[in-house]
Design a protein around this ligand. Structure first.
Ligand code: ADP
Length: 306
């Protein structure tokens, strides 16, 4: 078993239901989505989530959902007086818009206890986090998290980072880019999306994104680019993998998150990077043809990893 520890925030989601004016409750969040897909895909992965929740009923429901999805909750901290973050999806002529209530979520305190973080990391083979994980923490907790992850990398752990640049969650774009490059410096594998990277780092093309993150210290960089080619580099190879563009996209939520999960599952299955990326494209393509972040996966795709 490969033990994979995901660090981040899972939120409650209210999405419009079929009866007008009613909403259905779900749970999602970038790192959580990747954990969920990995747990579905890969029976060799022992997936657990490091976060914080409250003591209330919705926090309990979130933990139950994680457990029934095969995601371990032994590293979830409980913070009295806080609850989980929430977002609401509104549909306007088919366009989705999001309202968030996450400013006081328990997950904002996830890195307050350095000992808990150290203990969880010491039991993991792979640690996974994102730019959103960094964005929700205050400066001191962010430093604690990056310090802990740096130690884990020096101890030989694989550290996987998706920059997931979300300027609205940061005080300023420069705070965001500075923290992301600090995170890149403690990561072994970086999985950015070119659209974000060119907007906030000014990369001229995906090759420039690959080069910048390799220079920061990563062994492997895989750059997603929507319907365009995926660019990658690792210690054995580098290359470009074509994406078959899909015109009737239903909902792009979790395209990158699901892609990352399949890439990790492919690595665990011992596949070549090229084949792992091709399979990741296939999963992301399936996910954007369904509604919401967590889309049921075809058994035929799961069987590929068995
Ligand atoms: P993110 O969700 O992080 O913004 P991207 O939009 O870059 O990620 O997409 C991630 C992956 O989803 C792509 O590498 C590709 O495999 C798939 N994908 C996204 N958009 C399309 C599309 N229009 N057609 C086919 N595949 C797509």
């Amino acid at each position: 078993m490969v033990r994979v520890l995901f660090i981040g925030e899972c939120m409650a989601e209210l999405a419009p239901a079929s009866t007008p004016g009613s909403y259905s409750l779900g749970f999602a969040g970038d790192t959580f989505n990747t954990a969920w897909y990995l747990a579905q895909l890969c029976s060799q992965a022992d997936v657990s989530y490091f976060t914080a929740v409250g003591e209330d009923a919705i926090s309990g429901q979130m933990l139950d959902m994680m457990s029934t999805s095969g995601i371990g909750t032994e590293h979830v901290q409980v913070i009295p007086g806080r609850s989980v973050g929430l977002y609401l999806i509104t549909l306007n002529a088919g366009e989705r818009s999001f309202s968030y209530w996450r400013g006081q979520s328990a997950a904002r305190c996830l890195a307050r206890d350095a000992a808990a973080l150290g203990a969880a990391q010491s039991r993991a083979d792979i640690i996974y986090f994102s730019g959103i994980t960094l964005a929700i923490l205050d400066r001191q907790d962010r430093a604690t998290l990056l310090d802990g992850i740096g130690k884990a990398r020096r101890a030989g752990k694989e550290v996987v980072f998706d920059p997931n640049l979300r300027p609205r969650l940061w005080d300023s774009p420069s705070d965001m880019t500075e923290a992301v490059m600090q995170a890149a410096a403690v990561s072994t594998m970086i999985l950015p999306s070119f659209e974000d990277e060119t907007s906030w780092f000014g990369d001229a093309d995906p090759a420039a994104t690959v080069g910048r993150y390799c220079q920061a210290g990563a062994d492997t960089v895989v750059v997603k680019n929507g319907a365009a080619d995926v660019h990658y580099r690792d210690s054995d190879a580098h290359g470009i993998i074509e994406v078959e563009p899909l015109s009737d996209v239903v909902d792009t939520t979790a395209a990158g998150d699901s892609f990352n999960a399949a890439l990790l599952a492919g690595q665990m299955a011992g596949w070549s990077r090229k084949f792992s990326i091709e399979t990741a494209n296939r999963l992301a393509r399936h996910v954007i043809q369904g509604k919401g972040a967590l889309v049921q996966i075809d058994q035929s795709l799961i069987d590929r990893f068995a």
